[in-house]
Design a protein around this ligand. Structure first.
Ligand SMILES: Nc1ncnc2c1ncn2[C@@H]1O[C@H](COP(=O)(O)OP(=O)(O)OP(=O)(O)O)[C@@H](O)[C@H]1O
Ligand SMILES: [Mg+2]
Length: 233
């Protein structure tokens, strides 16, 4: 199953029109993500990292260029089919966590499992296991407003990985975490890479974390540039 392409984009451009001005954020991005691969994307604030992640996961459309998820071109699909493709293959950890405020941690993690077709009882059982794995077994019935920033981030991570997507897109996933929690989340990611061939695309400001990934890229002036000092796996 390795070398299987889970996500790819070709010549992706993204511009925003602001009054009379057009701002070119992405200026021709090509990227392939294969099963089990871990990619880091680093770059200055405002360079377009979150924009690129949203386009890669087909949450946002590029101005031009193509995005494929599991070999299917996102642009060729209607919204409903696109959402289905995304739910089947892509997990998101957003820069700002996007948890549902009215639901408990357990319910937030169980939700995508129920959407995927699992019974509520089974979804809750699995959700509890994932929350335990990110160190939140004692916070199952807390709502996001009753959790710390780092705890919310870990709920968001559990929610993204619980449905076992082929690729997880993470925007600064460990930025809010203390070193110990960051290490345990990272250990969990490596387990998923090893056991399930999960691919990760991770936006980070942490150069040490970027170096641990199989490839590392810098987003600069709208282009992705491979960082040469990353470890090859
Ligand atoms: N809807 C929009 N309309 C106009 N400009 C936008 C829009 N969304 C993003 N931008 C601009 O695009 C640029 C890239 O934004 P993006 O959020 O992708 O940056 P980033 O690299 O993730 O930054 P950070 O590290 O601060 O999270 C920013 O300068 C931002 O102002
Ligand atoms: Mg961002």
């Amino acid at each position: 199953m390795s070398n299987q392409l889970v996500l790819s984009c070709q010549n992706v451009r993204k511009s925003y029109v602001q009054g009379k001005e057009t701002i070119d954020i992405l200026r021709g991005i090509d990227l392939d993500v294969v099963a089990g691969e871990t990619l880091a994307i680093v770059g200055a604030s405002g360079s377009g990292k979150s924009t690129l992640l949203n386009i890669l996961g087909a949450l946002d459309a590029p101005t031009s260029g193509e995005v494929s998820i599991a070999g299917q071109k996102a642009a060729s699909l209607k919204e409903k089919a696109k959402a289905k493709l995304r739910n089947a293959h892509v997990g998101f950890v957003y820069q700002f966590h996007h948890l549902l405020p009215e639901f408990t941690a357990l319910e937030n993690v169980a939700m995508p499992l129920v959407i995927k077709g699992e019974s509520p009882a089974r979804a809750q059982k699995e959700a509890a296991t994932w929350l335990e794995r990110v160190g939140l077994g004692h916070r199952l019935s807390h709502k996001p407003g009753q959790l710390s920033g780092g705890e919310r981030q870990r709920v968001a991570i559990a929610r993204a990985i619980a449905p076992r997507p082929s690729c997880v897109l993470m925007d600064e996933p460990t930025g809010n975490l203390d070193p110990e929690s960051a290490d345990s989340v990272q250990a969990l990611l490596w387990e998923l890479v090893k056991d399930n061939q999960t691919a990760f695309v991770l936006v980070t400001h942490d150069p040490a974390l970027a170096r641990e990934m199989s490839k590392s890229y810098r987003l600069q002036d709208g282009h992705l540039i491979r960082e040469v000092d990353s470890l090859s796996m």
